[in-house]
Ligand binder design. Structure first.
Ligand code: C2E
Ligand code: MG
Ligand code: MG
Length: 566
């Protein structure tokens, strides 16, 4: 009779332990549930399980766990059943069942308990495999931290609990990581990624999530109150790199876009907004950390709109060329012009500053520049055919072209295609900062000179390497940026820093046998000052605004003299 009760307990145990075992969270709890359900009948006092697993890819530190799954309030006896199992990966699972205080199991009972232990082993093994499978699904192999799926799952859980609003999200990239690979080799680069990931993971751990998106891009969720700590932690990150004599401390610098969640945000919203803030950080050399602002969103929408509309607009001929005259200051005669692009969209003129910077960042500016250049060559050819005497037309070429080693060939090819003389063309480039860029620019300028095409440096004085450029680049024209002239007007008594700077630049330009063009000349006083300074040419609203093609043609057919002295 007693034995029958024991058997009933054993059956109860089996029934309970096999309930809902497909759910990992339940599987281990089932041992407790089954033990509780069967405890009285099988006279159970205590159930324990320990697991020792060696280190593996998914568990780099191995596993050492001990758990009590059942403990009777009456206490327990030491003489029970204990079994050890060795797992395939070399781990050891030890499960022990002890009878309740004052009871003793006989041999047949002990053998039934041994069967229960075996079933616990199978259940716990299955739970472990399932949790490892889940872990591998949500773990980044290379660094061992969470991957994108795991991150989204964690965030989804916060959303479901209405807790996301307490968090900030950051989109993170390691600055100059490609140089780490170049300097120390890609294997060391991987080591750095791992060390960095582990350090950040430990920092974020308990109340957030740090995840690798891929490459050196990361994302994190952290309680809003820890943002300041995060920034301090990120600022102090440094790791030992290299081997042997090459060993050195490497200070890591991060670029971060941070967004603080609001009540209505989904995971999609916070990913989107932190990456928009990140893009703003990437576009701003002076700031490594940028907090999201609605303005960034507007900019991103604007950018998206421009890049989507651009290809069709170009095919539809929505981009047209305006020409702004340049005037020789010694005789006030039209001596050249600059081709400036306009986007005619729905009958309205979109100014270049609304679309050129966007096309610059995504690279399609190169297509536009060639489009404008072809249009200019076609116009010059037509003016010649009309019997007009065209002036030299300067065309803006973005600095993005300088990475194109065929730039010079392409420009010369187009000039040839339209059968015009290279002397009608001047290529305007802007100042560059890097040494690599300088070399590319210098090679390009020399190729143009050999082929009789003039070159100029645009917006001179707004970049960094101005004086080196003057000395080492064989350009024909220096265009002084219009920002120099805002302070040079009638009210200005005579001595201003800008006057001194302009005077000296123009002097240097003249002495180097180049020509100076001043841009943005709007007043008589400015023109007068420039004439006194022996600046060769001026371009600005004082003489003409950028003109549509037919109006500019009238200037070409006129005598071409301007009177600036009102
Ligand atoms: P930029 O090459 O420095 O062109 C001179 C800019 O100064 C033009 O602006 C012109 O309209 C403006 N400007 C001329 N005179 C005056 C003046 O007296 N006062 C003031 N305040 N401004 C004056 P725009 O046409 O708006 O073009 C802006 C910039 O867009 C250009 O600056 C150039 O960098 C870029 N851009 C225009 N067309 C093209 C193009 O086809 N390709 C490339 N890559 N860039 C272009
Ligand atoms: Mg220009
Ligand atoms: Mg300019």
């Amino acid at each position: 009779m007693e034995n029958c009760a024991f058997c009933g307990g054993v059956l109860k145990f089996f029934e309970k332990i096999n309930e809902n075992v497909d759910n990992i969270d339940n599987a281990m709890d089932n041992i407790t549930v089954a033990a509780e359900a069967a405890a009285e009948k099988i006279k159970l006092g205590k159930v324990t399980l320990s697991l020792d697993a060696p280190p593996s890819e998914l568990e780099p530190e191995g596993v050492h766990k001990y758990g009590e799954f059942y403990l009777s309030s009456k206490g327990f006896e030491e003489d029970g059943v204990e079994k050890q199992f060795t797992t395939k990966e070399g781990g050891v699972v030890c499960i022990s069942f002890l009878p309740v205080k004052g009871e003793k199991w006989n041999i047949s009972e002990k053998s039934m308990i041994a069967v229960l232990i075996k079933s616990c082993y199978i259940i716990s093994g299955r739970a472990r495999v399932m949790s490892l499978m889940e872990k591998s699904l949500y773990t980044d192999r290379m660094t061992g931290i969470c991957n994108t799926e795991g991150f989204m799952r964690y965030g989804g859980m916060l959303v479901a609990r209405h807790q996301l609003v307490n968090y900030a999200a950051a989109f993170i990239n390691i600055k100059n990581f490609k140089y780490v690979n170049q300097l120390f080799g890609s294997r060391q680069g991987d080591v750095l990624l791992r060390k960095f990931s582990q350090a950040m993971d430990r920092f974020v751990k308990d109340d957030g999530k740090f995840a690798r998106l891929g490459g050196d891009n990361f994302v994190l969720l952290i309680k809003k109150g820890r943002i300041t700590d995060l920034r301090a932690f990120a600022d102090a990150l440094s790791f030992e790199m290299g081997e042997g004599d090459m060993r050195q401390l490497y200070n890591l610098r991060l670029r971060m876009g941070i967004y603080e969640a609001v009540e209505t945000d989904t995971m999609g919203d916070i990913m989107n907004k932190s990456s928009i803030a990140f893009n703003a950080a990437r576009g701003d050399e002076r700031k490594d950390v940028v907090f999201f602002s609605p303005l960034h969103l507007e900019e991103a929408i604007h950018k998206k709109k421009i890049s989507t509309l651009f290809p069709t607009a170009l095919d539809n001929g929505e981009f047209v060329v305006y020409y702004q005259p340049k005037v020789r200051l010694s005789d006030n005669k039209l001596c050249g012009c600059e081709a400036l692009c306009r986007w005619i969209r729905d009958g309205k003129i979109v100014p270049p500053m609304d679309f050129i910077p966007v096309l610059e960042t995504e690279g399609s500016i190169c297509r536009l520049d060639f489009y404008v250049f072809e249009a200019v060559c076609a116009d010059i050819k037509r003016w010649l055919e009309m019997g007009l005497d065209p002036v030299r037309v300067s065309v803006n070429f973005s600095k993005r072209h300088l990475h194109n080693q065929r730039l010079a060939d392409q420009i010369l090819g187009i000039i040839r295609k339209y059968g015009i003389d290279g002397s009608y063309i001047e290529v305007e480039l802007t100042e560059m900062t890097g040494a690599e860029d300088f070399t590319a620019m210098s090679v390009f300028v020399d190729r143009m000179k050999e082929n009789g095409v003039a070159t100029s440096i645009d917006d001179f004085g707004t970049g960094y390497s101005s004086l080196n450029l003057l000395k080492d680049l064989d350009v024909d024209v220096i265009k002084l940026d219009k920002s120099f002239f805002t302070n040079i007007n009638d009210a200005d008594g005579g001595i201003s820093t800008d006057r001194i700077v302009v005077k000296n630049i123009v002097n240097m330009v003249n002495e180097l046998n180049m020509e100076a063009v001043s841009e943005g000349v709007e007043t008589h006083a400015q023109a007068e000052f420039l004439r006194d300074t022996h600046c060769s040419m001026a371009q600005g609203f004082l003489f003409d605004r950028p003109l549509p093609k037919d109006e500019f043609e009238k200037r070409l057919s006129d005598e071409g003299f301007y009177a600036d002295k009102g």
